[in-house]
Design a protein around this ligand. Structure first.
Ligand code: INI
Length: 154
């Protein structure tokens, strides 16, 4: 028997955890995630948007949201853009490891919509222009995974 999650967000509840750092990018990721959920029959009133200061703070809040029992999926949205110091490397490594840890410890999907880019232009390309929208993609994965988990558990 093949088991897959369907791409339908009807009745599903989502938490979007987004950083305010680089908010000219992350607000576009939020728009993309909401657009994806609504296009797949989800409802705006079932979407909570939680803003945190920077991407480093995302995993902790994602873990709390995942454990709260209020959501069917948690979608993490952030933009880490390389500067002139190694700060980028520390923040991008920690947010990636942190989300992976929270996801593996959670019973609902916790998806990764973090842009890591060398330049502002690369980040813009991935926030709704040339290279799609990472927020939309992370929401799509969350919808499929939420339905897959429900199916496995049913
Ligand atoms: N946070 C980001 O989300 N993106 C960045 O590009 C970034 N840079 O480059 O500094 C960033 N730093 C802030 C960090 O996420 C924490 O909020 C801060 O260190 C306080 O814990």
């Amino acid at each position: 028997m093949d088991i897959e999650g369907k791409l339908n967000a009807k009745g599903l509840k989502f938490a979007l955890i987004s950083s305010r750092f680089n908010n000219f990018i992350t607000e576009r990721l939020i728009d993309g995630a909401i657009d994806c959920i609504i296009r797949h029959e989800g409802d705006k009133k079932n979407i909570s948007i939680v803003r945190v200061p920077g991407s480093f703070e995302i995993p902790q809040i994602a873990g709390i949201a995942a454990k709260s029992g209020k959501y069917d999926a948690v979608i993490c949205l952030g933009a880490v853009i390389r500067g002139e110091t190694p700060h980028f490397d520390y923040v991008s490594a920690e947010v990636s490891k942190g989300i992976a840890r929270v996801a593996s410890e959670s019973s609902i999907p916790v998806t990764y919509g973090i842009i890591t880019a060398d330049t502002v232009e690369q980040a813009i390309d991935r926030a709704g222009t040339k290279m799609g929208n990472r927020g939309f993609d992370a929401a799509m994965t969350a919808i499929e995974m939420a339905n897959l988990i429900k199916k496995i558990n049913s």
